[in-house]
Design a protein around this ligand. Sequence first.
Ligand SMILES: Nc1nc2c(c(=O)[nH]1)N[C@H]1C(S)=C(S)[C@@H](COP(=O)(O)O)O[C@H]1N2
Ligand SMILES: [Mo]
Length: 204
Amino acid sequence: MGQPENRGDRLPPGQRLQRGWPVTHYGPVPRFRPERWEFRVFGATADGDKHCWNHEDFSALPYHTVVADLHCVTKFSMMDVEWGGVPAAEILRLAPPADGVTHVMIWAEYGYSANVRMADFAADTTLFATHRDGELLTAEHGFPVRLVVPGLYAWKGPKWVRGVEYMTADRRGFWEERGYHNVGDPWQEQRYSYQESPQDGPEP
Ligand SMILES: Nc1nc2c(c(=O)[nH]1)N[C@H]1C(S)=C(S)[C@@H](COP(=O)(O)O)O[C@H]1N2
Ligand SMILES: [Mo]
């Protein structure tokens, strides 16, 4: 992932600052049904098994906070958002991937998905956020869980996450199949799939 040149240059190329917190997503806001909800890790796990948490157990996992900027590919950015939740590294520790896992697919309600390289997923600022500014997320902002990957455009952070699939090869997610860049680094302005170099994505 790219880095800002310096602390005073916080806006990636082509972005502008947004006041307030808009709601941006495709499709309807899902209704949370605690009795049916589970967070599932599956695919190429080290032990070959699925690992599942119900809402009560997921809520009891270690809680960390991360302050991060959010960059939407539609060109607005929000600075210094304080997220709270479960570090992705904690999920990797509790449900270890098999050798050879290179990417994850994050799955959300209604089949929304986003592929993320393992190095980005395992970064210590990647968080399954349940809170913002110490308060539970609202339904439209992803309650009960959304992924936050600070170094990537925000479409790589699904709201209403339900699962993580460990993958031994890359595969495109929802927006990546619909013309958006496979990697999505805002500092390199990787917005659209036509900007990709061959090494940025899976075979077409
Ligand atoms: N499930 C789901 N998550 C999603 C999206 C979506 O369409 N569906 N849109 C993404 C995009 S493009 C952005 S910019 C952020 C917006 O988060 P916000 O509505 O909380 O500001 O959510 C991301 N997560
Ligand atoms: Mo976005």
